[in-house]
Design a protein around this ligand. Sequence first.
Ligand code: 13P
Ligand code: SF4
Length: 349
Amino acid sequence: MLDMPAIRQDLNALYDLAPNPELAASMGAEYARMSRVVSPVDWAIHAPYVAAINTLKKQRNATILAHNYMTPEIFHGIADVVGDSLQLAIEATRTKADVIVQCGVHFMAETSKILNPAKMVLMPDMGAGCSLADSITAEGVAQMRARYPGAPVVTYVNTTAEVKAASDICCTSSNAVQIIRALDADTIIMTPDKYLAQNVAAQVPEKRIVWWDGSCIVHEQYTARDIREFRDWNPGTRIIAHPECPPDVVAEADFSGSTSGILEYVSRERPERAMLVTECSMASNISDAHPEVEFIGPCNMCPYMKMITLEKVLWSLHTMTTAVEVDPAVADKARLAVQRMIDLSAKKA
Ligand code: 13P
Ligand code: SF4
């Protein structure tokens, strides 16, 4: 575990990190992308970290890949690439940088390392896990294969490298339906997210989909009743749910899609009011680009995603820790499953 008081002391001795309204005012371009959701007082606190990270990033020839669930100061202040799980994996194959700093959770950093074995991939906090990745091991995949002989295994990217290595192909929430449709099999095993599997099964009724009993602690909290009550309380609000939500929640929504799918839907439809049934930072990060949309309603915080902070990113780049390592034999097998997914998604496009 990171010793934050000691890290804070060291960072303050090395960098000028005191709140700085003048510096903040000089960084207006960055602030303009988050001014609806980050107050000027908070920006004065973040700006010295953002400036230090952006300078260090150039010195280290590092690129920062940030998931859509990062906080606005990370998403708009320091990221070179932002996106959903699929977009980040694809960008990881394209980067020319020597170092990748993954602002997201551990499985995302592992995916970047699997795709870039020669590059250094840094995780600002190795404790940033995922309930889905924790729910299954390679042994679980073997059990499913034994129960459904001959059925291919489609594994969500929210898994460890070992689980990917034991699978036939990966998927994300933005390409799961296409991947299931493309497979030449009547019965398909999906791991580890039962809700994603059930939501996909509803769209591909011609195939029999069997699933592992995993779920996301953020999305499983929503209920269909919550959504109905919210609609009654605020009629006319467009309700947009991530496919990690239970199927009855997705059925109550106006649209369901991955985090990039949610952004595309909002950009295309420009609803007057929207409720994003997903992690809290999603609405914050797209709010300034869509001032015409009022984002309302409850959201749930992912405790793992929120472990990544500006302070930890600065420490990570300063010390070049902690590098993510994947056993080369495991990485070789996992790469096949991830690359098959990327190739199939590109064909679809
Ligand atoms: P996407 O960004 O691929 O939709 O995934 C959401 C998620 O929960 C990542 O952990
Ligand atoms: Fe995992 Fe859910 Fe957090 Fe995504 S939001 S990292 S799926 S726990």
